[in-house]
Design a protein around this ligand. Structure first.
Ligand code: CP
Length: 348
């Protein structure tokens, strides 16, 4: 594959990338990880380049991995908080002297730097499902430089790449790996669907045996499910949905239990912004916790994954997340390496 095809590209969802392109990013990530491990300088790769990072939401891993990554590549990551700048807004959502049209922000930043990355979901877009992704697409339309998704309401492609890189490191291959993305209980219903949706996209694209497990009422986006079915047919894995966490865990090599919001929490037309009903559905499923009993159902060499932050004592017990099967810190570290690869390949 010509890596030239990645130069200047936006990175908004893995659905925009071929499997070959994703594998190239993973290969480059492993090479950058090797260089980082042995202290081989690579700060010439993006020397003098600037990444603008717009965070509408909080972050630990994403912000710090992009900032550290740009430093290691010789560039600079510039943090922009919508409360402290004119918040980028779509036409029709503008408020005088508080917001600035995305079209204008994108064109201004394109004159000053080399890429724009955005995190936006939930409250800043009133839980209108897809609106944050629309903002990112609008940035991509107007910007002359790559736009990178640092998590929107639909996708978290950087997390998904770190997830599959971690699986590759642990199992050496994807074929035959049973990957279970499961809903888990959290006291907070305000959880975007970006991580599970991107995880199942990446896992089916890599040809794993993928099970999506959740209680009734926690269904994910139909478009994503259709894409996963397509990838599983094309790449020789499988994709199935279960409403039983224990059944899904049977023989699994990878378990990835985390909370996400039901459709009903979202604003119309997807839901009815019904927090009370969302909380009722959550509270009826408190048994969806990843504990040592459930881990015993999985393969003896199974790994426990979570994007973090996790809700200890609710999504997972301390024994599991701090136990020998947990790979959550490898997964977090891999955010650094995959994002450096994305930046090097798209921002050159
Ligand atoms: N997993 C993840 O995106 O972490 P942060 O919310 O801390 O960035």
């Amino acid at each position: 594959m010509k890596t030239e095809s990645l130069r200047g590209r936006d990175f908004l969802t893995l659905l925009d990338y071929s499997r070959e392109e994703v594998e190239t990013i993973l290969d480059v990530a492993l090479d950058l990880k090797r260089r980082f491990a042995i202290g081989e300088p690579h700060d010439h790769l993006l020397r003098g380049k600037t990444l603008f990072m717009i965070f509408y939401n909080a972050s630990l891993r994403t912000r710090n991995s992009f900032e550290a990554g740009m430093t290691q590549l010789g560039g600079h990551a510039h943090f922009l908080e919508p409360g402290k700048i004119y918040a980028p807004a779509l036409a029709g959502d503008e408020r005088a002297y508080e917001t600035e049209r995305v079209a204008d922000v994108a064109r201004v930043l394109s004159r000053m730097g080399d890429a724009i990355s955005i995190r936006c979901y939930g409250d800043p877009v009133g839980w209108v499902y897809g609106k944050a992704h629309e903002i990112e697409r609008n940035f991509a339309y107007w910007a002359d430089i790559p736009v990178i998704n640092m998590e929107c309401d639909k996708y978290h492609p950087c997390q998904a790449l770190a997830d599959v890189l971690t699986v590759k490191e642990k199992f050496g291959a994807f074929s035959g790996v049973k990957f279970v993305m499961s809903w888990a209980y959290s006291p907070s219903v305000h959880k975007p669907r970006a991580v599970p949706q991107s995880a199942i996209i990446a896992a089916t694209m890599m040809g794993m045996e993928v099970i999506l497990a959740h209680p009734k009422g926690m269904e994910l986006d139909d478009e994503v499910l259709k894409a996963c079915e397509g990838y599983s047919e094309k790449y020789g894995g499988s994709f199935a949905i279960s409403n039983d966490m224990g059944e899904a865990f049977e023989g699994a090599h990878v378990v990835y239990p985390k909370a996400w919001a039901p459709a009903i929490l979202h604003a119309p037309p997807v839901g009815r912004l019904d927090e009370k009903r969302a909380q009722e559905i959550f509270d009826a499923n408190k048994g969806w916790i990843c504990d040592e009993e459930k881990m015993k159902l999985a393969h003896k060499d199974a790994i426990y994954m979570h994007c973090l932050p996790c809700d200890r004592g609710f999504e997972v017990t301390n024994e599991v997340i701090d136990g020998p099967q947990s790979v959550v810190f490898d997964e977090a570290e891999n955010r650094l390496h995959v994002q450096k690869a994305i930046m090097v390949l798209t921002m050159r």
